[in-house]
Design a protein around this ligand. Structure first.
Ligand code: GLA
Length: 332
């Protein structure tokens, strides 16, 4: 029997920068997905915790994209990527809400890969799972979610350079906690908008070169106003991530929180991935004493707001602890 656990993540700052080779600053959280299997046979058979969903796939998939939808696609993608030597039968149990921007698909991919015996390094595991999601679930995602899930460090946020996949753990300062508050809108139909944003960034990079090295004066020369706004978000967001890391490291929570509000405004106005519900939630939090900062987290188009606040100030949502990355819990 092999049991593996993979955490979800919440992103403190740096959204829609990972797929441009930029910077992000997420943390692995204490909610996640546990997969337990007995190895054997030539099929992967997994039951969800409520036993309502059962997935049954051959280990040699000719085309993983034809295997149903929902969570089956992610599992099929991982099976096709890592090509386990034998099949497995077991269960999937989640404490992580799905569809709210806490990276439940990445946690599922990583937990399945580890349970099926994947033995590469954490960054290699993250890349294999990212490929599974891109190829088989059809989401042209970056590396942030999978890398946060594989490489989390308890008590730390993670400054990730998405051009090298280098992860620098940043210790959590005293006097704050992280809370994710759902906007009440599940993310829906976000795949196509996500792909469209990514391709706009690629077009901007065609004119400017890699956006991580682009200057705002160059961004201002773009003639297409939409491309200009998208590129301006990426360039300013990269700067905010690096500044946030410095403030956070030195316990400057007010300054760090201010950057979260600026990040939200940029995602709302320049990248246009916010919603009225997310905006209203951020404004409500801004007016709450003891909240340092708040912003939408993840892809946007619904989902959660992440807030940095004095401990105990917020009683809604999920209080999240910076946690260790994915691991095998039991192997007998
Ligand atoms: C999703 C993707 C990530 C990242 C975020 C936005 O979570 O999976 O790679 O692009 O959106 O920052």
């Amino acid at each position: 029997m092999r049991t593996a656990f993979a955490p979800g993540r919440v992103n403190l700052i740096g959204d829609h920068t990972d797929y441009t080779g930029g910077y992000v600053l997420p943390m692995a959280i204490d909610l996640g997905i546990t997969v337990s299997v007995e190895m054997g046979g030539d099929r992967v058979v997994l039951k969800s915790g409520n036993e309502r969903d059962v997935l049954d796939l051959p280990i040699r998939l000719s085309d993983a994209r034809t295997t149903g939808d929902g969570w089956a696609r992610y599992v099929a993608g991982v099976v096709a990527e890592i090509r386990p030597v034998t099949g497995a039968t077991g269960t999937v149990i989640s404490t992580l809400p799905s569809g709210v921007g806490l990276a439940s698909s990445a946690a599922l991919e990583v937990a399945v890969a580890l349970a099926l015996g994947y033995a590469g390094t954490p960054p290699d595991l993250a890349v294999a799972c990212q490929r599974a999601e891109q190829r088989y679930a059809g989401v042209p995602c970056g590396i942030m979610d999978q890398l946060a899930s594989t490489s989390g460090v308890a008590g730390h946020a993670l400054l990730i350079d998405c051009s090298s996949n280098e992860v620098k753990p940043i210790p959590f300062p005293e006097g704050c906690e992280v809370v994710a508050i759902p906007s009440g809108e599940r993310r829906s139909l976000w795949n196509s908008a996500y792909a469209e944003r990514r391709s706009a960034c690629e077009r901007a990079a065609f004119y400017l070169g890699p956006l991580r090295a682009a200057a705002l004066v160059d961004v201002a020369t773009l003639t297409d106003p939409v491309l200009l706004r998208r590129a301006r978000h990426v360039v300013t967001e990269n700067r905010r991530v690096l500044d946030f890391a410095t403030f956070f490291r030195h316990g400057k929570l007010v300054e760090a929180g201010q950057l979260m509000y600026e990040s939200h405004a940029s995602l709302r106005d320049d990248f246009e991935v916010s919603t009225p519900a997310l905006d209203a939630l951020v404004e409500r939090l801004r007016a709450t004493r003891g909240v340092f900062g708040a912003r939408l987290t993840g892809a946007g188009f619904g989902g959660c707001v992440v807030a940095l606040a004095r401990p105990g100030v917020l009683s809604e949502g999920w209080r999240l602890k910076p946690s260790d990355g994915a691991r095998v819990l039991e192997h007998t």
